[in-house]
Design a protein around this ligand. Structure first.
Ligand code: GTP
Ligand code: SPV
Ligand code: MN
Length: 603
C-alpha cells in the first residue's frame, strides 16, 4: 500500500495502527494519506479538486482562498431516516431514534464498506473536539475518501498531527466515512460522488464508534459535529454527569460593562448562528460569540454551569445571511471559506444566495450549475446551502473562546419556529419547569433535514435528531444536573419565539439585531430585576419592560407578541402530554407533575 508518510512515523498508538490496518483491508483504497493538518496539505487538496472540476475557485481578489462546491441534488441535507442509534437494547435508543440490532447492522455495514474506497485515497484525520489538550476535549479519528470532508474538517475542528501528539496511546472515537462510490478499473470520478440509495449514519453508543456511508454532505459526513459532539457525546455526558447540547454560546455585555453568557437551543435552521453573532441595535450593548451550534456544559469548580464550544468553525445556513441581518457572519466568510450549494456570479466568480443583497446579480449560475433567471420560481441557492468558515475569522469572537474552564452560563434559552400560540419570550419558574420547556420544544421543519418543510413537529431540546439515547432518560438527566448545584447558581431558563406571524403571514417581530431587546430583558432578569408578571405559563415581561426605544413597529405589536391565549396554550400542553406518552415510564414524574400544575392553572 502506498502511504504519503510512513504509518509508524506518524503514530505509535496501537489502537490507531490496528484500526487503520484493518480498514485498509476492508476498504481496499488505492492510496493512504495520513493527514498532518497543514496549510500546504489543504491547498494541495483544493488545487486537486479544482483541477478535477469538483470545486470552483472564487475570485482571489473578492474572496481570497475560497471555494464553491455543488453537490449531487440528492445529497443536500441530513438524512434522519437513515440515522441509527444501535445500542445493545432497543429501549436504550428510545422511541425517537431508529434502531437496529448491533450485530445485524455491523454485518450490513461490513458489506457496504467492503471495497468502497477502490480506486480512491483513504484519508485519516485526527481531530480534537474542544481546545487541544484541555481536559474537557475529546479526540476522534475520521477515515474518509472525500477530499471535501478533509478540508471541511480542517476548518470545523482542531485537526492534524498536533492532535496525535496529545492523544499519545489513549483511546479515541473511531469515525469511519465513505461516500460509497468506488472507482473500479480506472473509472472516471464525478463532481460529487455519493450513494443516495444506500445511506447509513450509524452510531454504536456503548462502543463509542461511528459509521457513515453514502453521503458527503454536512452533518452526515463531517463526523465530529452531530455524530460525535452530540449523539456520542450525549451518551458520554449522561455517564459522566455533564451535558452535550445543540446550543449556541454567546457573551453579552451591558452598557455598564458587565459581561454574562447565555446558551440557546433552537432546532436546525431556526436562528442559532444569527443569535450567536447578533449585532445589537441598542446602543452600548455588545455581543460576542463562543459557539453557534454545539455546547458541552459541566458544573465547574465554582458550582456554576460552565460551557465550551467543541468546534472551531461555523457550518452556517447561507440564505438569509446579509450585511444587514448578520454582518459578523458576512465578515467571517470574506476569505478562507468553503461554500456548498450556493449560487455564483459568472463574470466575477463570487457567491450569492437569497436575501444576500436586495436584488440578485444579473449573471447568476444556480446551485445546479445552470444559468438562473431572476424570474425563476426556484431559488438560486439551495435553502440548506452552507458556508464553512473558521471561528477565528469572526470579528466578535469571545476572549474566552479557548478557555478550557468554559464560560459560566447565566441563562438557557429554548425556542422554535411557531407562527402562533407561543409568545415572544417567557421565563420558567425554576429548573424543573425549564426542563419541561426544553422537552416541549416544537417547531416548523426546515430544509436542514431531508423531508417536508414547514410542518410542525416536536423537537425536544432541539435534540430530536441528535440524542444518542432514550430521550425520556435524557429529560431525567437534565433534572439530575439541576440537583448538582444550588438553585442560585443554576442558569435561569427562558423560551423565545422570533417567528410569530400576523394574519397576512408576515413576521411580527423584526428579529436579528433587534433580538437584543429581548436579551436585555433576560439579562435584567438574571440580575434579579423585578420586571416580570407571574402567569400560569411562567414569568412574562411587564408592560413596557421590553425596551422598544427607537424601534418602528405598529403600536399593538408588542401586545400581540406577548399575548397568551389560555385556551390555545392549554391545547398546547395537552398536545405535549400526548407526545410524552411514548416515553412511558422513562418520562420523569417531576415533569408530569409540573405539566399538570400548568394545565390546572390555565383551566
Ligand atoms: P443550523 O446550523 O441548521 O443548526 O441552524 P441555526 O439554528 O444556526 O439557524 P440560522 O441562524 O442559520 O438561521 C436559519 C435561518 O433563519 C436563516 O435563513 C436566517 O436568516 C433565519 N433567521 C435567523 N434569525 C432570525 C430572526 O431573528 N428572525 C427571522 N425572521 N429569521 C431569522
Ligand atoms: C443542523 O442541521 O442542525 C446543522 C447542519 O447544524 S448539519 O451539520 O448538517 O447537521
Ligand atoms: Mn445545528
Amino acid at each position: 500500500m502506498q502511504f504519503n508518510t510512513p504509518l509508524d512515523k506518524w503514530t505509535s498508538n496501537p489502537q490507531l495502527i490496528s484500526w487503520i490496518t484493518e480498514n485498509i483491508a476492508l476498504l481496499s483504497p488505492k492510496k493512504v494519506h495520513l493527514c498532518d493538518g497543514s496549510q500546504e496539505e489543504y491547498d494541495a487538496l483544493m488545487h486537486q479538486m479544482v483541477s478535477q472540476g469538483k470545486a470552483i475557485k472564487l475570485d482571489e481578489k473578492k474572496r481570497p482562498n475560497s471555494f464553491l462546491f455543488l453537490s449531487n441534488p440528492d445529497d443536500v441535507a441530513r438524512v434522519e431516516e437513515c440515522t441509527f442509534i444501535c445500542s445493545k437494547k432497543k429501549i436504550e435508543a428510545g422511541p425517537t431514534n431508529n434502531w437496529e440490532e448491533p450485530e445485524e447492522m455491523k454485518k450490513r455495514l461490513k458489506e457496504l464498506f467492503s471495497g468502497s474506497m477502490e480506486g480512491r485515497t483513504m484519508y485519516v484525520i485526527p481531530f480534537s473536539m474542544g481546545p487541544l489538550g484541555s481536559n474537557i476535549a475529546h479526540i476522534g479519528v475520521q477515515i474518509t475518501d472525500s477530499e471535501y470532508v478533509v478540508c471541511n474538517m480542517r476548518i470545523m475542528t482542531r485537526m492534524g498531527k498536533k492532535v496525535l501528539d496529545v492523544l499519545k496511546n489513549d483511546r479515541f472515537v473511531p469515525c469511519l466515512h465513505s461516500v460509497g462510490y468506488p472507482l473500479k478499473d480506472n473509472q472516471e470520478d464525478i463532481k460529487w460522488p455519493c450513494s443516495p440509495e444506500n445511506r447509513y449514519i450509524v452510531h454504536f453508543p456503548e462502543e463509542r464508534s461511528i459509521f457513515s456511508f453514502g453521503s458527503g454532505y454536512g452533518g452526515n459526513a463531517l463526523l465530529g459535529k452531530k455524530c460525535f459532539a452530540l449523539r456520542i457525546a450525549s451518551v458520554m455526558a449522561r455517564d459522566e454527569m455533564w451535558l452535550a447540547e445543540h446550543m449556541l454560546i454567546m457573551g453579552i455585555t451591558n452598557p455598564e460593562g458587565k459581561r454574562k453568557y447565555f446558551a440557546a437551543a433552537f432546532p436546525s435552521a431556526c436562528g442559532k448562528t444569527n443569535l450567536a453573532m447578533l449585532a445589537p441595535s441598542l446602543p452600548g450593548w455588545k455581543v460576542e460569540v463562543v459557539g453557534d451550534d454545539i455546547a458541552w456544559m459541566k458544573i465547574g469548580k465554582d458550582n456554576t454551569l460552565r460551557a465550551i464550544n467543541p468546534e472551531a468553525g461555523f457550518f452556517g445556513v447561507a440564505p438569509g445571511t446579509s450585511y444587514e441581518t448578520n454582518p459578523n457572519a458576512m465578515k467571517s466568510i470574506e476569505k478562507n471559506s468553503i461554500f456548498t450549494n450556493v449560487a455564483h456570479t459568472e463574470k466575477e466568480v463570487d457567491v450569492w444566495w437569497e436575501k444576500m443583497t436586495k436584488a440578485p446579480p444579473s449573471d447568476l449560475i444556480d446551485w445546479y450549475g445552470k444559468k438562473w433567471d431572476s424570474g425563476s420560481e426556484k431559488p438560486a441557492a439551495h435553502p440548506n446551502s452552507r458556508f464553512t468558515a473558521p471561528i477565528s475569522q469572526c470579528p466578535i469572537i469571545d476572549p474566552s473562546f479557548e478557555d478550557p474552564e468554559g464560560v459560566p452560563i447565566s441563562a438557557i434559552i429554548f425556542g422554535g419556529r411557531r407562527d402562533g400560540v407561543i409568545p415572544l419570550v417567557y421565563e420558567a419558574f425554576d429548573w424543573t419547569h425549564g426542563t419541561l420547556l426544553g422537552a416541549g420544544v416544537s417547531s416548523q421543519t426546515t430544509a436542514a433535514a431531508k423531508g417536508q418543510v414547514g410542518k410542525l413537529r416536536h423537537d425536544p431540546f432541539a435534540m430530536l435528531p441528535f440524542c444518542g439515547y432514550n430521550m425520556g432518560d435524557y429529560f431525567a438527566h437534565w433534572l439530575n444536573i439541576g440537583k448538582q448545584t444550588s438553585s442560585d447558581k443554576l442558569p435561569k431558563v427562558f423560551y423565545v419565539n422570533w417567528f410569530r406571524k400576523d394574519d397576512a403571514g408576515n413576521f411580527i417581530w423584526p428579529g436579528f439585531g433587534e433580538n437584543i431587546r429581548v436579551l436585555k430583558w433576560m439579562f435584567e432578569r438574571t440580575e434579579g430585576i423585578n420586571n416580570a408578571d407571574e402567569t400560569p405559563i411562567g414569568y412574562l415581561p411587564k408592560k413596557d419592560a421590553i425596551d422598544i426605544s427607537g424601534l418602528k413597529i405598529p403600536s399593538n405589536s408588542m401586545e400581540i407578541l406577548l399575548s397568551v391565549d389560555k385556551k390555545a396554550f392549554y391545547d398546547e400542553m395537552l398536545d405535549q402530554e400526548k407526545y410524552f406518552e411514548m416515553f412511558e415510564d422513562h418520562f420523569p414524574n417531576e415533569l408530569k407533575e409540573m405539566l399538570s400544575k400548568i394545565k390546572k392553572a390555565l383551566k
